[in-house]
Design a protein around this ligand. Sequence first.
Ligand code: G6P
Ligand code: MG
Length: 215
Amino acid sequence: MLKGVIFDLDGVITDTAGYHFQAWAALAKELGIEIDEEFNEKLKGVSRMESLEAILKHGNRENDFTKEEKEALATKKNDHYKELIKNITKKDILPGIEKLLQELKENNIKIALGSASKNAPVILKQLEIEEYFDYVVDANQIKNSKPAPDIFIDGLKGLELKPEEAVGVEDAEAGIEAIHGAGMIAIGVGVKGDVNVSSTEELTYDVILRASQAC
Ligand code: G6P
Ligand code: MG
């Protein structure tokens, strides 16, 4: 029986995926590395430092920087990203999402956020939807990032639910793998899950309920 939903943030609740790409592409360019949208798919759901490592590897520069220099590069990307998301407001919630959050609440379904982003709490606040969330996974406390299941396991723990009582919603391949690793049913938004929707508009309470029953 469905008792909870764990949502990814970037690309599911709001379209910050484009801002992450913009900030990474700018940093990569400074390092003489070019990344395109196709490469960016591999970065979705992946932690800040692991994303940087992937970009450096892509440009054959993985051995060119010390740990401290890498920390500084990751901070630089994050400062740029924070600048880009500064003006995000309620109007940046993806279509259908707030209605869905309301419906889940009305039906006593618990809601958690399972994002790898350390900026997630600030973004939820800017979107004015923090009150819907019973639990927000703290990415600072998670050892292994997606595709490891840790974030979703922590989300289940925070909601006090078993894997079969909750579904996960993701827009990234790494995220779908993480949901499956936690033993949950995965709904893919524009990516292949157990149940698929092409956009958040299609992500209704009915779809989630049917997904939880069908699998
Ligand atoms: C999400 C995004 C990734 C991002 C990661 C870390 O998973 O999909 O693109 O790298 O969060 O975000 P942060 O805000 O902590 O750098
Ligand atoms: Mg995402």
